[in-house]
Design a protein around this ligand. Sequence first.
Ligand code: NAD
Length: 483
Amino acid sequence: MVTEYGNYVGGEWTDSVSGETFEVRNPAESSEIVSRFQDSTVSDAESAIDTAVAAQNDWATVPGPERGSVLNQASQALEDRKAEATETLVREEGKAWSEAAGEVQRAIDIFAYYAQKAFDLGGVVKSSSGRDKELSTRQEPLGTVTLITPWNYPIAIPAWKLAPALAAGNTVVAKPASVAPNSTRILFECLDEAGLPDGVANYVTGSGSVLGDPLTTHEDIDGVSFTGSTSVGTSVAQAAAEGLKRVQCEMGGKNPTIVMPSADIEEAVEAVGIGAFGTTGQSCTAASRAIVHEQVYDEFIEAIAEYAESLDVGPGLDDPDVGPHVSKGELESTLDYIDVGKSEGATLEAGGEQLTGETYDNGYYVRPTVFSDVDNDMRIAQEEIFGPVLSVIRAGDFEEALALANDTDYGLSASIITQDLTEANEFLDRIEAGVAKVNEKTTGLELHVPFGGYKQSSTNTYREQGDAGLDFFTATKTVYRNY
Ligand code: NAD
C-alpha cells in the first residue's frame, strides 16, 4: 500500500485544502509509487506562513542553548533512523546507497553543528567616542523565512537551511522539490520528536509554480532562502527583492577541473571521474568540464574513457558507482544534450546512450559519457547538463586553461590538478568561483566552511554553511547605551 503524507503545519500533519495529492516514483523502477504527498494550494502556503509568523516571537525568546538542544535531539533522532532515511532517499532520488548514507550523515552532523552554534549567537561590544556611553551589537532573528529546496540533496540542503534558521530563532516554512519531498519530511518528524514547539517549522509540498508566489512575496515573510536552478532562482530573487525581502539564491554550475602536465594522470582521472559521474552528475558542483593541457590530453582522454566505461551503473539500493537519473524529464534532458554534443561536432569517447535490459528498462539510466574535442563555445561546455556527461577541452598552456575555466556564466566550484605550486597559487588567485580546490575533485564540501557561488551561480548575497550560514538568518541591531 502506498503511504500518503500530509503537510506539517502548527505541529500537525494535515491535508491540503485541495483534497489532491501527487505521487513520487522510484527512479530505479518507475512502476513503483513510493508515496503520495499533498498537492498544496496558495491558501495552504498562506496558512503555514500565518502559523510560522504567530510562533515567531515565542521562539525568538527561547534562549539560544535551549534552541540548540532541540537541534541536538533532532540530530540524535535522525541518527536513530539513519538506515530508514537512507533507504527513503535512495527510493525517491535514486542515488547510490553509500552516497545517500553520506548525505543523511551530513544532515545529522549539520543539526549537531548548529546546535553548538546556538550557544555563540552574540554581538560585539565597542568603546564609544562619547564618555559614559557604550556601543554594542546584537544578532537578532531575521523573523519568518521560507526555504525552497531542490531534489538533488533532498535531506542535506533542507538541513543546512533549517538548522541555522532555527538556531538563530527564526520560524520557517519549507517547500521541498516535488520529485523528492520524502527525505525532507523525515527532518520534520525528527524536529517534532525533539520537542520543537508547534508552528516553529512548517513543511508544505506541491508545485513550485503554484506555491512560489506566496512563498516569495507574502507580506509577512522576512527572507527567502532558495537553492535550485539559475532560471527559477532569478525569478525568485526578483520577486523577493520587489518586496524588499532578504533573499539568498544558490544556483547552477558548470564546474571545471584543469589538468596540467605535472599531474599524476591516475589521480586526475579519479578526481575528474568522481566529480563528473558521482551522484549521476546531478550535483551543482559536478565536474562537467575537464580542461586538459595538450601535453597530457591524449593520455587523459584514453584513461577517463576507460574509467567511465568501467563504472557500474544500477539501482541505488545495490550501491553501484552510478545510479539512475531522478526522473524521466532529467533523463530526457541528458539524452538531448548528448545529441547536442554530437551535432556540435564533439567526439564521443565513452557512453552516450540510455542503458537497456532487465535491470534498466524501468529506470532512467544513461551510461557515463565522455566527449572530447569540445570547444568551450559549444552548448555542452556552457550549459548545465545535470547528468553523467563530461566535456573535455584542450588547452595549450596554463593561461589558456585558466581563461577557458573562467569563460562561463557560472562560478560555483573549480579545481586544478598540478604539482606546480605557482600554477596552484595563480589558479587560487584568479579563478572566478566560490569554491576553489587544488588536487581535489570539484564536488564534496565540508560543513563548517562557507559555501556559495560567484557570477550566475549565486545571488552573492550571503553564504551557506559554517559560521557564515547564520548571517542570512540574523539581523544586526546596533545599541547605543548612555549611562
Ligand atoms: P528547480 O529550480 O527546478 O527547483 C528548485 C525548487 O524551486 C523546487 O522546490 C521547485 O519546486 C521550486 N520552484 C519551481 N518553480 C518555482 C517558482 N516559480 N517559484 C518558487 N519556487 C519554484 O531546481 P531543481 O531541478 O530542483 O534542482 C536542480 C538545480 O539546483 C540545478 O541547477 C543545480 O545546480 C541546483 N543546485 C544548486 C546548489 C547550490 O548550492 N548552488 C545545490 C543543489 C542544487
